[in-house]
Design a protein around this ligand. Structure first.
Ligand code: FMN
Length: 248
C-alpha cells in the first residue's frame, strides 16, 4: 500500500493534543495543500481563518463546548466565501451578479469548495504525523462565531479544524459496509441495504464496547434516529440568508 493510502486509511479524529504549536512552516504547508484541492470553476469560494488569539480561542471553545477547540497545535476555521468575488465588481456590476451569488447553487459551491480544501489539509496534516478533528460544534452559535471572526456579508463559518500533535491514539472507527455506500448504475433500495445496516450496527456496537476509552452500548441506527428526531442549529438557515447566501 502506498503512503497516501496508508495515511487516508489510518484516519481517526484526535481530541487530545500536546501543547506543541504548529510552526509557521507547517501552517504554510497545510494551507498550500488545502489550496491545491480542486475548486469549482477555479472560484476558490472559501477562506480559512487561523485562530491564534487565546481570548478568541476561549470564546470559540465556549460556543463549541469542546476543550480541544482551545487546546491544540492550531485552530483553523473554514468559511464559505463569496465576498471576495463580490469585491471584484463595480457597484453596477454587483447588482447584476447578486442573483448568482445569492443562489442555492453558489451556496453549494462554497460548501463543497471549503470541504475539499479542508480534507486536503486534513490528509496533509496526517501525512506529517499530526492529528486533526473537524469541529461542526462551532455552528452551535453561528451568529456568535461570525461576530467573533468579523465575517462580512457573503461569508459563513462552516466548521473548524483542530490540528496538532496527537496525545492519544484512539482505535479506528469502522465505517458502513462497501455495499451501503457504493451502488452501481442505479440507487439501490432493496433489502441488501438493511443487511448492511444490521451488520454495521453489530460492528459499531462491538467497537463501542471494546474501545480503550469512553466505552458505551449503542448502535448506529439508534444513534441516527435519535439525532434526526432532535433538530439542532435551526438558526443556521436564517443566518445564511442574512449573510445573503442561499436566498434564491
Ligand atoms: C464536518 C464535520 C464536523 C465534525 N464536528 C465534530 C465536532 O464538532 N466535534 C467532534 O468531536 N468531532 C466532530 N467531527 C468528527 C466526527 O465525529 C468523526 O469524523 C466521525 O465520528 C468518525 O470518526 P473518526 O473521524 O474518528 O473516524 C466532525 C466531522 C466532520 C466531517
Amino acid at each position: 500500500m502506498n503512503h497516501t493510502l496508508e495515511t487516508i486509511l489510518n484516519h481517526r479524529s484526535i481530541r487530545k493534543f500536546t501543547e506543541d504549536k504548529l510552526t509557521n512552516e507547517q501552517i504554510h504547508t497545510l494551507i498550500k495543500a488545502a489550496q491545491q484541492a480542486s475548486t469549482s470553476s477555479n472560484v476558490m469560494a472559501y477562506t480559512i481563518i487561523g485562530v491564534t488569539d487565546p481570548i478568541l480561542k476561549n470564546e470559540l471553545r465556549k460556543v463549541s463546548g469542546q476543550t480541544y477547540v482551545e487546546h491544540n497545535g492550531h485552530l483553523f476555521v473554514f468559511c464559505g466565501d463569496l465576498h471576495r468575488i463580490s469585491q471584484l465588481a463595480k457597484p453596477e456590476e454587483l447588482v447584476e451578479m447578486e442573483e448568482t451569488i445569492e443562489s442555492t447553487e453558489q451556496f453549494i459551491v462554497t460548501t463543497i469548495d471549503a470541504a475539499l480544501s479542508a480534507q486536503n489539509l486534513a490528509i496533509a496534516a496526517e501525512s506529517m504525523g499530526l492529528g486533526i478533528c473537524y469541529l461542526g460544534s462551532l455552528r452551535n452559535d453561528i451568529y456568535r462565531v461570525s461576530e467573533l471572526l468579523g465575517l462580512p456579508e457573503y461569508v459563513i463559518p462552516l466548521f473548524g479544524m483542530a490540528v496538532g500533535t496527537p496525545a492519544h491514539k484512539p482505535e479506528l472507527k469502522p465505517r458502513l459496509p462497501f455495499e451501503a455506500v457504493y451502488h452501481e448504475n442505479k440507487y439501490k433500495t432493496d433489502e441488501s441495504q438493511q443487511t448492511s445496516i444490521s451488520f454495521y450496527d453489530a460492528q459499531l456496537q462491538e467497537y463501542y464496547q471494546t474501545r480503550s476509552s469512553n466505552t458505551k452500548t449503542d448502535k448506529w441506527s439508534g444513534q441516527m434516529i435519535r439525532k434526526y428526531r432532535n433538530p439542532i442549529r435551526m438558526d443556521v438557515s436564517s443566518f445564511v440568508k442574512e449573510q445573503k447566501l442561499n436566498k434564491r
